[in-house]
Write a protein of this length. Structure first.
Length: 381
């Protein structure tokens, strides 16, 4: 059984020890100050290159699972017979519409579901070349996916990820310690930008997670809801001053994510338009110049995103309303929304910049696991 470590903020350590006296806890060196990126960065650094003070003995793992504490369960996606996949005509209100075809059935895994899903990823023969791996999150559309494994075709790996620590160190990719949200999306974006950086998404398993109004991210969620337009301070602890101190790649990533957040807000359901002529105008929301000249990268990303949105509408695809705006079935028929929409647009941006970045469906593997992986639960998320 691999070690399972609960990561908590120092001011909450005693509360957790009282509630979980037998748990292995890791108290952060300091409070994260609402920057969940700092929590994940500490775990990554500690598990990559820590050592014992007295003996100098190294303490490190080749792989570590990073998990939020709000995961509920895992499900196995089992392909349906062809006859059961046909879409159904359904009456919705006063208009007839056609449901999406169901390609899979969800099989609940009440006993050792996490173990089964984790080992399915660890047993892939190419896992040592994968910098970061994760799973599909079920929001009601997981039964419509076509691909069981997606290599370098999605940045939407969140809440539960397998970190290949030596590979990430080789690529020079680390969690951004000042991000208050979207930290998983940011590190995936960083990996995809690096030559030799590979991402794997398992869609033969999916998970469900709950959202609580109270908890470690309560303050960030509250700010996000109050702001009519996403701000840098909402995304980064310390705002523009903190961004200026980031390495160039992390700074560019932060600007790209902020541009997407602002564009998504401009296209929320209250103001949705599927007219291709109007969608590109939303890029202007993310292209305003600030006092430090961060607009060029953000504007380029926003323009790319808007162009992709226009293509979706021009192709006549039926729009799907997600938590942050309009999404649509992608070219492979995979239906996701929310963070997945952001990931798809950011990935399109990368593909425009580097034609070598492309998604691929890959076969499953039954090779032995490369080595043990620790499990880390981030309780401060």
């Amino acid at each position: 059984m691999p070690p399972i470590v609960m990561v908590v903020e120092p001011q909450e350590e005693e509360l957790y020890r009282a509630a979980w006296p037998d748990a292995l806890l890791l108290a952060l060196p300091r409070a994260n100050g609402t920057a969940i990126g700092y929590t994940r960065w500490v775990v990554q650094v500690l598990c990559t290159a820590a050592h014992e003070e007295k003996t100098g003995r190294p303490f490190r793992f080749p792989f570590v699972w990073m998990a939020d504490d709000l995961l509920v369960a895992f499900y196995r996606l089992e392909p349906l017979p062809a006859a059961a996949r046909a879409p159904r005509d359904v009456e919705k209100g006063t208009k007839a519409w056609t449901s999406e075809p169901k390609r899979c059935a969800l099989r609940g895994l009440p006993d050792r579901g996490f173990r089964e899903a984790f080992l399915a990823v660890q047993r892939r023969e190419d896992i040592c070349d994968i910098a970061l791996a994760g799973f599909l999150r079920d929001r009601g559309s997981a039964i419509c996916v076509r691909r069981r494994w997606v290599l370098d075709g999605s940045l939407a790996l969140q809440k539960i990820v397998l970190l290949n620590l030596p590979k990430l160190a080789q690529l020079g990719v680390w969690y951004c310690p000042v991000l208050r949200k979207s930290e998983d999306l940011a590190i995936c974006y960083e990996v995809a930008r690096r030559p030799g950086g590979h991402l794997l998404k398992a869609q033969c398993y999916c998970y469900r997670a709950v959202h609580l109004e109270r908890g470690g991210a309560e303050e960030v969620r509250s700010e996000s809801r109050q702001n009519l337009r996403a701000t840098l301070g909402e995304l980064v602890l310390g705002g523009q001053g903190a961004v200026r101190q980031l390495p160039g790649d992390q700074r560019a990533t932060t600007e790209a994510i902020l541009a997407w957040l602002q564009l998504a807000q401009s296209r929320r359901p209250a103001a949705i338009s599927t007219n291709p002529a109007t969608l590109p105008a939303a890029a202007a929301v993310a292209s305003e110049t600030d006092a430090h000249g961060t607009a060029p990268a953000a504007a380029k990303t926003a323009a790319t995103i808007a162009a992709a949105a226009s293509a979706v509408a021009a192709a006549g695809q039926r729009p799907r309303i997600g938590a942050l705006g309009v999404t649509a079935e992608d070219e492979h028929g995979d239906l996701d929304d929310g963070v997945e929409a952001a990931a798809e647009r950011l990935l399109e941006d990368l593909r425009h910049r580097s034609p070598a970045v492309s998604g691929a469906a890959v076969p499953a593997s039954a090779s032995p696991a490369p080595g043990p992986a620790a499990a880390v639960s981030v309780a401060s998320a």
